[in-house]
Design a binder for this molecule. Structure first.
Ligand SMILES: [Mg+2]
Length: 343
């Protein structure tokens, strides 16, 4: 990963990206536990279950979903109930690449993403356009779209599962992000997701301290996107993490305040708030996320990943209806959740 990191960093520094945040040492502020297979399986199933549950509601406004509650997996995008979308497909491709290469190797990752492109379900424009450029031979450190969509963040969980230290997770999350999203906000959000997963699977509690620690890990890296958000009160992922930590209102207020769109400064904080409010009530958390409105598959997929990272597969399974686990990628997840996984 070191060579890839230096290549990406020098190319992006030439364009004014400030990497001083990445030079500050980062450590778990607690004694990390070894990541057991139950945490890996729980995280990956959480990603898939949330995705499949939220997908039929994607793009619907919240008010409409109040009248059309969906409490089981349902068909969507011309696919049967339990089918997953790009969120899970890309997450599993990243997992496969990390396991095959033993590190974050952007070239291997890009080959897998490009091979997957024709079968991606409901992928966003930033990912599609980047994969077209990559398929035509563009360099991985140049091909990513200038987009602050949530496509790079939503697939970052395996980085938190498989890389041991938070410093390595921060670099790997950025590298996997820029191949499709060459944007500081998109990359910062991917780092945030990886660090939250990494924290939770190693026994860290879902706490204000977790959000503030992740925000500190990003301080100074982002450039304000005030002009690009409809909601201008906070304009970086780091600021959004601190807002979630301090937010006192309920979910209705949160979705109104942060927004629920595919713009990552909306869906990431809204998902985090659902998780922070209902971390020990996984069924409730996933239903709230799947009915948030807007980018419901990604919001529910993010929430599912964190629930699984925190509760493990047993905790998640015992707290959710068993028929939610009939996701299309169940066998693949079982295969990828081998005991003793380490990079
Ligand atoms: Mg999706």
């Amino acid at each position: 990963m070191d060579e890839a990191w230096l290549r990406a960093r020098s190319a992006l520094e030439e364009e004014g990206w400030d990497f001083s945040a990445f030079d500050r040492p980062l450590a778990w502020p607690f004694e990390p536990r070894a990541v057991g297979v139950g945490k890996v399986r729980g995280t990956l199933f959480g990603v898939a279950v949330g995705d499949a549950l939220g997908a039929p509601n994607e793009g619907e406004p919240r008010w409409k979903l109040r009248e059309r509650r969906l409490e089981r997996l349902a068909p969507h995008n011309g696919l049967p109930a339990g089918a997953v979308t790009d969120d899970t497909q890309l997450t599993l491709a990243l997992m496969e690449s990390l396991l095959a290469r033993g590190t974050l190797d952007p070239e291997d990752l890009v080959r897998r993403f490009v091979a997957l492109a024709p079968s991606l379900v409901a992928a966003g424009w930033a990912t599609r356009q980047a994969l077209e450029r990559l398929a035509r031979g563009a360099a991985w450190w140049l091909a990513g779209s200038a987009s602050a969509g949530n496509g790079a963040a939503m697939r970052a969980a395996p980085v938190g599962l498989l890389l041991e230290g938070p410093d390595a997770q921060r670099r790997a999350a950025l590298l996997q992000a820029i191949v499709t999203h060459r944007d500081r906000t998109a990359a910062a959000a991917a780092v945030a997701n990886a660090l939250v997963v990494g924290w939770l699977v190693r026994g860290g509690p879902p706490s204000v301290a977790m959000l503030e620690w992740a925000a500190d890990a990003l301080d100074g890296f982002e450039v304000s996107l005030a002009g690009r958000s409809q909601r201008r009160r906070a304009s970086t992922v780091a600021a959004r993490l601190r807002e979630v930590a301090a937010f006192e209102g309920g979910l209705d207020e949160a979705f109104e305040h942060f927004g629920t769109g595919a713009f990552v400064l909306e869906s990431l904080p809204s998902a985090l708030l659902v998780f922070m409010r209902h971390a020990v009530e996984p069924e409730r958390a996933l239903l709230e996320a799947a009915h948030a409105g807007g980018d419901t598959d990604t919001i529910a997929s993010l929430v599912g990943g964190w629930l699984g990272a925190y509760l493990g597969d047993r905790g998640l399974r015992s707290g959710t209806p068993s028929n939610w686990w009939d996701v299309s990628v169940a066998a693949e997840i079982e295969r990828l959740s081998r005991p003793g996984l380490r990079l």
